[in-house]
Each structure stands twice: as structure tokens, then as C-alpha cells.
Design a binder for this molecule. Structure first.
Ligand code: F6P
Length: 326
């Protein structure tokens, strides 16, 4: 691959607040550094079906404050086939696109890794997912906004929990990761978090009830991470109804409202930093890495590392939640 003169940018997988700030940053930084930019619509789908438009600086004006993604997003079946990727490569060549910046989660970066390997295309990933489940970065674009959304919701649920002296199970997203549940619980002052990372080790419901539910409090809020491993909030509510019928239990599933809304300052800042870093990385000759932020410093994480490894839960956070929920 020769000198990079032109890049394509796409968002893929679940949308996340801050993706627009990232699109703006990648576009402006590329133009600032003399590169041509193409916006690719609907993720990898647009690469296959040729929904590719040249972007100028004005195309990304007035979007930093918006949730969702102006490029739209999709989970694309065609791109998982060799034929689909061949078509995508043809379209890239026709537009003269030399490199790709992909904003998305685990599945999106997996697609980038395969495509990059097959066609020797420089690809840079930006971690865009509310789940915060990518290895090698302290935080992902959208995670902070989703946490704040959870916080607002739980603050409201608390009014009813307290007034009616109820036990609430609030289900949050995260796919197979418990970051939103655990940090959401700490921030919202919830009594416990039930997360997939511990689902095989202990009975988290029993632990929570034994730890002191109703010993000193008349209401409780437990955040449950969605996941086949936890079984979700409904599963625990059913169990409580059967095993501890004396408790007045309710369930709230927060669902997709966690994915929307104006990005927080934190998400806008990391998206802006990561976007600039993605262009720097390409110009330095970096290939097939995800841009991460560790200890507030930009890092390059090889795709294979970012995707394959499970990001560990910090045990200190678990202790904090445990100690403060007495
Ligand atoms: O990866 C982001 C996420 O919101 C997960 O937390 C959730 O499991 C999934 O996407 C939901 O996907 P969809 O919007 O396709 O239902």
C-alpha cells in the first residue's frame, strides 16, 4: 500500500452517543492534513452497495451535540461473505479510497480486521459502543453518556422504590459485559449489581439478600446486566417472587433509551481525541489498530488484542459497591 491520499469513514453496529463527534473529528482532521474524505452510509452495507459520498468540512458542521450517527449504521450480512467484501473493495477502488476508519464495537472491528487482511487495506478502528467491552481502552465512545442516562432513570425509579418500599430490578444493556451495570450501580447508589462476569462464581441474588437487603433499608435497587448468563431482570424478579414472597418486587428494563441522547462532554472529548489520533496513526503508517485511551493517553491496540480479549472487571469497583450498600 502506497501513500494515503484519501480515507473512507463509516459507523457500524449499534449506534452510540459521540459517534457524530468522532465522524466530525476524523473528517476535519483528515482534511486538515490534506486528505480527501468519503462518508460511507449504513456501515459496511454502504461499502458493498456503494453509498459513498465525498465529505467536506461543512458536512460535519453542527453534529457534535447530536446522538446517533449521521452516517447511519447497520449490521451487514453481505460483508461477512467473501463476495460481499470483494464488492466492497471494488467500490473503494472506484472512489480511490486508500484507507478506512471504522467506528463501532467488537463485531465492527472484527469485520475491519478480516477486510484489512484480505485486501491489504490500512484500517483504523475507533471504539464506539455503550458497552465499554473493548480490551485495551479504559473507555469507549458512548459509554459515559449511557451511564448518565442510567443514572437519570434510576434516580427517578428510586422515588417509587422508596415511597412504596419496593425491591426494583433495573435491567441495563451491555451485551455480555457488566460495566454499565456495575458503574451504573455505584453512581446511582444502588444496593447491588448482577453482572455476567460473576454469574458462574456465585449466586448473586442470594449474596445480595444475605448481605443485608431489608436489614437496614426498606427499599432496594439492583442493576442487572442483560445477558444470557445473568438471565436478565425478569429472571431475578421471578426468583424473588418464588423464593422470597414477602418482598414487593418490580422490574424496569431500560432498553434502547440507553443508546440515545446528546453525548456528554466526556464522550465528545474522547471522540474528538480518538478521531484526530486515527488520522495521525494512518499518517505514521499504523495499520489495523484500534485507537484506545489508557490512563488518559492515546494508545494503539492491535485489532486482534482489542477483539479477542475479555476486558476484566476491576475488583476495586465491586468492593466499593459492596461497602457502600450497607
Ligand atoms: O452493543 C450495543 C448494544 O446496545 C448492546 O448493549 C445490546 O445488547 C445490543 O446492542 C442491542 O442490539 P440491537 O439494537 O440490535 O437490538
Amino acid at each position: 500500500m502506497g501513500i494515503i491520499k484519501s480515507i473512507g469513514i463509516l459507523t457500524s453496529g449499534g449506534d452510540a452517543p459521540g459517534m457524530n463527534a468522532a465522524i466530525r473529528s476524523v473528517t476535519r482532521s483528515a482534511i486538515y492534513n490534506g486528505l480527501k474524505v468519503f462518508g460511507i452510509y449504513r456501515g459496511y452495507k454502504g461499502l458493498v452497495t456503494d453509498e459513498i459520498v465525498e465529505f467536506k468540512s461543512q458536512n460535519v458542521s453542527n453534529i457534535i451535540q447530536m446522538g446517533g450517527t449521521i452516517l447511519k449504521t447497520a449490521r451487514c450480512k453481505e460483508f461477512t461473505t467473501p463476495e460481499g467484501r470483494a464488492q466492497a473493495f471494488e467500490n473503494m477502488k472506484r472512489h480511490g479510497i486508500d484507507a478506512l476508519v471504522v467506528i463501532g464495537g467488537d463485531g465492527s472491528l472484527t469485520g475491519a480486521r478480516i477486510f484489512a487482511q484480505e485486501y491489504d487495506i490500512p484500517c483504523i478502528g475507533l471504539p464506539g459502543t455503550i458497552d465499554n467491552d473493548l480490551y485495551g481502552t479504559d473507555t469507549t465512545i458512548g459509554y459515559d453518556t449511557a451511564l448518565n442516562t442510567i443514572l437519570d432513570a434510576v434516580d427517578k425509579i428510586r422515588d417509587t422504590a422508596t415511597s412504596h418500599e419496593r425491591l426494583f430490578f433495573v435491567e441495563v444493556m451491555g451485551r455480555d459485559a457488566g460495566f454499565l451495570a456495575l458503574n451504573g450501580a455505584i453512581a446511582a447508589g444502588a444496593e447491588a449489581a448482577i453482572i455476567p462476569e460473576f454469574s458462574t462464581e456465585v449466586d448473586q441474588l442470594e449474596e445480595f439478600i444475605e448481605h443485608g437487603f431489608r436489614k437496614s433499608k426498606s427499599s432496594s435497587i439492583v442493576l442487572v446486566a442483560e445477558s444470557e448468563l445473568t438471565g436478565g431482570a425478569m429472571h431475578y424478579a421471578e426468583r424473588v417472587k418464588n423464593e422470597y414472597p414477602q418482598y414487593d418486587v418490580r422490574v424496569t428494563i431500560l432498553g434502547h433509551l440507553q443508546r440515545g441522547g446528546r453525548p456528554t462532554a466526556h464522550d465528545r472529548i474522547i471522540a474528538s481525541r480518538m478521531g484526530v489520533a486515527s488520522i495521525q496513526a494512518l499518517l505514521e503508517g499504523q495499520r489495523n489498530v484500534m485507537i484506545g485511551i489508557e490512563n488518559n493517553k492515546i494508545v494503539y491496540v492491535p485489532f486482534t488484542k482489542a477483539i479477542k480479549n475479555d476486558k476484566p472487571i476491576d475488583k476495586e469497583l465491586v468492593s466499593v459497591l459492596h461497602e457502600l450498600s450497607i
